[in-house]
Design a protein around this ligand. Structure first.
Ligand SMILES: NC(=O)c1ccc[n+]([C@@H]2O[C@H](COP(=O)([O-])OP(=O)(O)OC[C@H]3O[C@@H](n4cnc5c(N)ncnc54)[C@H](OP(=O)(O)O)[C@@H]3O)[C@@H](O)[C@H]2O)c1
Length: 285
């Protein structure tokens, strides 16, 4: 029996999730890291254990599998772990014309981005309630604020995360649980996103951030109790413009931006994450 407090991070093997793991380790927070099997999670955990005075537990799970979130809860209960922070980061992105995405891709995107986030939050609520003040950080996206071609499903999953987080915040604050939603713009996390970010217009390119910067801003915002965290000065200017500009002007700007993402066929594969490619090729059910 121990009274250590833990932070659970989903999708922690790569990209933003990995930066969250390192940011939390720097803050001396004990970690439960969750990602797909064979994703390099154990190597990351070893690195953190060697360099920071924190406990790290790894759980390899495909969160789109039925009952995987319940399995995660059982593991945490069996090990009697006390959670104080939950970071729902795992998510599948894609930037392709709607008709080019497979049914399997959209199904998996909705299962991971929407269902897993909701179920994990519900299942771990009692644990968080016992360790207040406690915190939930849901990773949304700036795509949740705009109507974007090529991101129809992704943007809609992130709008769900936005509404879910802000509504939940109202209900659980009286129990001592603080909920924030992180809405980043482009982040140079993995090869597909880096390539995509290179194709953006100059202003959007300027707004692209590194995952370490985003993780640091997000954790600071979470502990300050911010409802919505939009990292980066330029992204915040976009948000102000969003409130000021009339709808038809915004529609023209966003559709111009997305249409101009003309990608050479050779690179089309890269505009889907590795996971999305595996799904499209039928390697993942
Ligand atoms: N990158 C951006 O520009 C950007 C912008 C706004 C918001 N976001 C959001 O930020 C979050 C992280 O994005 P990222 O760019 O860092 O993504 P990423 O580099 O593709 O990393 C995603 C993480 O989630 C894990 N994961 C994927 N499918 C999973 C599953 N079924 N079960 C468990 N774990 C799974 C991955 O494990 P594997 O390594 O094994 O695949 C990886 O650790 C996402 O929610 C994304 O929507 C990203």
């Amino acid at each position: 029996m121990h009274n250590k407090m833990y932070t659970l991070i989903t999708g922690a093997s790569e990209g933003l999730g990995k930066s969250f793991a390192l940011e939390c380790a720097m803050r001396n927070m004990n970690l439960v890291l969750v990602a797909l099997p064979d994703s390099g999670l154990n190597e990351l955990a070893d690195f953190i254990r060697r360099n920071f005075p924190v406990s790290v537990i790894t759980l390899e799970r495909d969160l789109t599998e039925p009952l995987s979130c319940e399995g995660l809860l059982s593991e945490i209960q069996n090990q009697d772990l006390h959670l104080q922070v939950l970071i729902n980061n795992a998510g599948i992105g894609s930037t392709i014309p709607f008709a080019e995405g497979t049914v399997e891709l959209y199904e998996r995107q909705i299962r991971l981005n929407v269902l897993a986030t909701t179920i994990i939050t519900r299942l771990f609520l009692e644990n968080l309630e016992r360790n207040t003040p406690s915190y939930i950080l849901n990773v949304g996206s700036m795509a949740s604020f705009f109507f974007l071609q090529r991101k129809e499903v992704y943007g809609a999953t992130k709008s769900y995360i936005h509404f879910f987080s802000r509504s939940l915040r109202k209900g659980v604050i009286r129990d001592g649980i603080h909920v924030s939603v992180l809405c980043p713009g482009g982040i140079n996390t993995n090869l597909s996103v880096i390539l995509l970010n290179r194709k953006l217009g100059w202003l959007s390119k300027l707004a692209v951030m590194n995952p370490e910067q985003v993780a640091a801003v997000a954790m600071a915002g979470l502990f300050k109790g911010k409802a919505v965290i939009v990292p980066g000065v330029i992204n915040n200017i976009f948000m102000v413009l969003d409130r000021l500009l009339p709808e038809f002007v915004k529609a023209r700007i966003t559709s111009y931006g997305m249409k101009n993402l003309k990608v050479d066929d050779r690179y089309k594969r890269l505009l889907m994450s590795e996971t999305a490619i595996s799904i499209a090729e039928g390697k993942m059910a």
